[in-house]
Design a protein around this ligand. Structure first.
Ligand code: NAI
Ligand code: A1CAB
Length: 264
């Protein structure tokens, strides 16, 4: 049995993804802080709602999906109940595997994962790293769990905070750009709904070309940018306003914030 501890936004998204992928509700359990949340998940997905202690005792795999700030207290609660042989998968930003290992019985294998919200549409990017007691089999089990909801990549744990900044938060940056582009459409006098449709379909088209054409993004952008044309006029303004430098600094700031999260 797989138990998702702290089934909030990410936990529920993963739960619904693994059910879509064909796992039976009887193989899944969740833990929650509020009873009404548990009732909703039970009704919506037919899964079992357990206490954290019950989940630790009965599930083979514990997927921890609480906020980083709630990690220490959850691990303290789990510690007396986690028998040897349980696999612990953490989805929390910024929490090193060593933080988890230090708060659980000796030798418990821990795999750290950073996924993102496109789990909802089976297009997640999940990156995984093994802690000091996790081996190939534990990584393979984690990949088996996550691959139905998107791509999975193994990375060294030293890159996890960077991946959190890049792909964990990544969808937010694209939504932010979409918002700004829709505002530009409003500025140019377009109805909001039409502007949104134009921008979203441009984003979808660009994303599919990025994924499927095999072309480098620079070549794809060059193909849009006609000599003396409209696109280069826009690019000049983006460069003048330092958008590329802002992106570099923003993502570095997200990485640095990730490093602070384990401090509480
Ligand atoms: N939202 C996002 O885009 C992403 C979030 N993450 C990570 O996923 C984790 C969860 O994030 P969200 O789902 O956004 O947060 P959330 O707040 O929606 O979900 C966390 C859930 O854990 C529950 N909880 C807290 N302490 C608990 C306890 N002791 N026992 C049982 N349940 C408990 C809360 O009631 C809440 O429902 C975080 O660690 C975050 O860093 C990772 C990638 C993307
Ligand atoms: O903002 C956050 O802390 C989480 C981690 C990655 C995406 N959302």
């Amino acid at each position: 049995m797989i138990a998702i501890l702290g089934a909030g936004k990410m936990g529920e998204a993963l739960l619904s993804g693994v059910l879509r992928a064909g796992r039976r509700p009887a193989q899944l359990a969740v833990t929650v802080r509020r009873a009404d949340r548990g009732a909703l998940l039970r009704e919506r997905y037919g899964v079992t709602v357990l206490s954290n202690a019950e989940a630790a005792k009965t599930a083979d795999t514990l997927v921890i999906a609480v906020k980083p700030q709630d990690m220490a207290s959850l691990l303290e609660e789990l510690n007396p109940h986690v028998p040897a042989g349980r696999l612990v998968i953490s989805m929390a930003a910024g929490i090193p595997t060593a933080f988890i290992e230090a708060r659980l019985p000796d030798g418990v294998p821990v795999v750290r994962v950073m996924s993102n919200t496109p789990v909802h549409v089976d297009e997640a990017m999940s990156v995984v790293s093994a802690g000091s007691h996790a081996d190939e089999a534990h990584l393979a089990l984690t990949e088996e769990l996550l691959s139905p909801v998107g791509k999975v990549l193994r990375i060294p744990e030293s890159l996890q905070d960077g991946a959190t900044a890049l792909s964990g938060s990544g969808p937010a940056y694209f939504y932010y750009l979409v918002e700004a582009m829709v505002d530009a459409g409003i500025l140019l006098g377009m109805p909001r709904a039409a502007a949104l449709e134009m921008v979203v379909q441009s984003a979808v088209g660009a994303a599919v070309m990025l994924r499927d054409s095999g072309e480098h993004p620079v070549l794809l952008r060059e193909a849009v940018t006609s000599p003396g044309g409209t696109t280069i006029a826009a690019i000049r303004e983006l460069e003048r306003h330092g958008v590329r430098a802002a992106v570099l600094e923003a993502i570095e700031a997200a990485r640095n914030r990730g490093r602070e999260l384990a401090e509480g």
